[in-house]
Design a protein around this ligand. Structure first.
Ligand SMILES: N[C@@H](CCC(=O)N[C@@H](CS)C(=O)NCC(=O)O)C(=O)O
Length: 210
């Protein structure tokens, strides 16, 4: 399998964590998003959205969208499971993951921040305020849910990592990169720390990519 990604891309980071948890090998093809390589025709032929990650399977099939890729990996290699078995618990884990990947991350993606700066002529302070606003709104709700729900354990759901943790850790990494104050979210910070004690999360971190 070939993973087209970028070290600092949180969506690619999610897939790297899932691959590591599954113990699956992959050939990495890095794209330089800052240089706009994702918008070149040769990559648009792989993912017409011009976004990473994309994953090419050995038969040439290309998968896109990080969580679709992660669920594919979970289906072909169910051990360890990244989703609980009971439907209501699966829905809980997916909801936690989607609160991050649908309701926070898309607002703070590179192309959105670039649009704010270049097209709408906002300065760095305004861009960073925008970034922090959406992270804080999302994390406030997530923290409240994690704290108030007995299904939360060492990780977002019980005591084994799930898709929710796979999505949470890259978002926390990104928030720190943009100097967002995380003091109000001790449960999120604690779960992130617990995840990052695991070698699979450590090896997937942006600073461990070549
Ligand atoms: N929903 C997509 C999001 C993918 C995405 O936004 N990728 C970012 C990096 S984290 C990207 O490629 N950005 C390029 C750009 O903004 O031009 C997924 O989960 O795969």
């Amino acid at each position: 399998m070939i993973l087209y990604g970028y070290a600092l891309s949180s969506a690619s980071y999610r897939v790297r964590i899932a691959l590591a948890l599954k113990g699956l090998p992959v050939t990495s093809v890095p794209l330089d998003l800052r240089a706009g390589e994702q918008k070149l025709e040769r990559f648009l032929q792989i993912n017409s959205q011009g976004l990473v990650p994309a994953m090419a399977l050995d038969d040439g099939t290309v998968l896109t969208q990080s969580v679709a890729i992660i669920e594919y990996l979970d289906e072909i290699n169910p051990d360890p499971p990244l989703l609980p078995r009971a439907p209501s618990q699966r829905a809980r884990v997916r909801a936690l993951a989607q609160a991050i990947i649908c309701d926070v991350h898309p607002l703070n993606n590179l192309r959105v921040l670039q649009y704010l700066e270049k097209d709408l002529r906002q300065d760095k302070a305004a861009r960073d305020a925008w970034y922090a606003h959406w992270v804080q709104l999302g994390f406030e709700a997530l923290e409240r849910r994690l704290v108030g729900d007995s299904a939360t354990g060492r990780y977002c759901h019980g005591d084994a990592p799930t898709v929710a943790d796979v999505c949470l850790v890259p978002q926390v990494f990104n928030a720190r990169r943009f100097a967002v104050d995380l003091q109000a979210y001790p449960r999120i910070v604690g779960i992130d720390a617990a995840c990052r004690e695991l070698p699979e999360f450590q090896g997937a971190a942006p600073d461990r990519q070549v």
